[in-house]
Design a protein around this ligand. Structure first.
Ligand code: GLV
Ligand code: MN
Ligand code: MN
Length: 419
């Protein structure tokens, strides 16, 4: 590298703002919220815009059958496994503008900054925009990285349905992504290393006044769908003793989930019921069927499973007491992952050399890196986010913190690419 790495903070900030304008049709009440659901018109516009930016830089662009976008800066030894960075640009309903996007646009800026130094990397450096890290549309997160790592069966994936019962196969084809999903998988030696930049999504860095986090492990997420079926009917005429109100049973189940997650006493056990679909969903009709989606995570998957067992026992009690049926469907139950000690060392060495205070930390949120870890050594860089807020419109990461994260990302990508 002949010159200093200089991040173009103004350009990165403006690109993050532009990306935030590709947002869904829901009413925006606060002026800042971002909704970008996979394969929606806004997602497609964002993808086209990102590809334009990459092409303008002279980078090689390709996408695969599920719409993962690969943006490659070809190295001087192009046959060597590349060094990769990336994240996602989809956003849950009423989200903010930094989750995932910082890793994608920051990754692009890292490549541009390295190019400006005159570097000719030995290994290619690849930026990857991964499809549907968020589970909003098909109920499972990290769709692109699961398929890349062979974690999700391609046939099962294609059959997954959104709330309008459109399958992934139909939706991706309509979006212009055809071909077999089996072709998305990459072999274990495809990447030399993977490094993802992301906002922390928690309060620790800001609270401790530390500008950078080095992620050493990622907690294990799981998702379950509970369907509770009772006996509904007319809200006036169906007598109270004759009801098997599915929503009342669901309410008890939600509280039991909270109770058992709290009962482990571990800060790393978290369980959330984030959706509740009530059938028929009319104010004057006793609910006959409810579908709940549970998101449960822990750094210790055995402890996570013991919480699930306690929840299942409470389901058994509810079945008898409330005379409802309850079915449980496992959507995903993933293992935690550890970062590569080699990449963590490179990150620490870089922070020390540049006098950047850092903290080694666990990621309780999941990220595509959790799945890329199955085919490559990974690590992540966290930057602080205001009040620890994420998945909400007021999510915010300062330009200075973002720039610092990109600076460290670029430095370590260059080191990895020279190996
Ligand atoms: C990712 O968006 C997560 O829910 O952890
Ligand atoms: Mn997210
Ligand atoms: Mn994210």
């Amino acid at each position: 590298m002949s010159g200093e790495i200089q991040i173009d903070q103004a350009r990165l900030t403006s690109e993050l703002q532009t990306l935030a304008t590709f947002t869904g049709a829901e009413p925006v009440t606060d002026g800042t919220s971002v909704t970008r659901i996979v394969f929606s018109p806004d997602d497609l516009r964002a993808r086209a815009w990102l590809k334009e930016l990459a092409t303008a830089e002279g980078l090689e662009v390709r996408d695969d059958a599920v719409g993962n976008i690969f943006i490659r800066w070809i190295g001087t030894d192009p046959d060597l496994p590349a060094v990769a960075t990336g994240s996602h640009t989809d956003a849950i309903p009423h989200a903010g503008m930094y989750d995932g996007t910082v890793g994608v646009l920051g990754g692009l800026e890292a490549i541009r900054a390295l190019k400006r130094t005159g570097l000719r990397p030995r290994r290619s450096i690849e930026l990857v925009m991964l499809t549907s890290e968020e589970p909003t549309r098909f109920g499972i997160g990290c769709l692109g990285s699961r398929l890349i790592s062979g974690t999700l069966d391609p046939v099962r994936a294609d059959a997954m349905q959104d709330k309008d019962e459109a399958t992934l196969a139909t939706v991706r084809t309509a979006a212009g992504f055809s071909g077999s999903l089996a072709s998305v998988q990459l072999p274990p030696n495809h990447y030399h290393a993977w490094l993802e930049l992301h906002i922390e999504q928690g309060p620790l860095l800001e609270r401790e006044g530390i500008p950078l986090g080095i992620v050493t492990s990622i907690a294990a997420p799981a998702g379950y769908r509970f369907t509770i079926t009772g006996f509904g009917g007319h809200a006036g005429a169906l007598l109270m003793p004759d009801r098997k109100d599915a929503l009342c049973a669901a309410a008890e189940l939600i509280l039991s989930i909270e109770k058992h997650a709290l009962a482990t006493g571990a800060i790393d056990t978290v369980a959330t019921v984030g959706t509740c679909d009530v059938h028929p969903g009319a104010v004057n009709s006793v609910p006959s069927r409810v579908v709940l989606q549970l998101d449960i995570r822990d750094t210790d998957p055995t402890r996570r499973e013991s919480v699930m067992q306690a929840i299942r026992q409470d389901c058994e009690d509810l079945r008898h007491r409330r005379k409802v049926t309850i079915t449980e469907e496992m959507v995903n139950a993933d293992a935690p992952t550890q970062s590569s000690s080699h990449i963590v060392e490179l990150l620490e060495e870089t922070c020390k050399a540049q006098n950047i205070p850092y903290k080694k930390m666990v990621s309780r949120a999941y990220h595509d890196s959790l799945f890329i870890a199955r085919i490559a050594p990974i690590a992540m860089i966290f930057i602080p986010c205001r009040n620890g807020v994420s998945h909400k419109p007021d999510e915010y990461a300062s330009p200075a913190d973002t720039t610092l994260g990109v600076q460290v990302l670029a430095t370590v990508l260059a080191k990895l690419a020279s190996e």
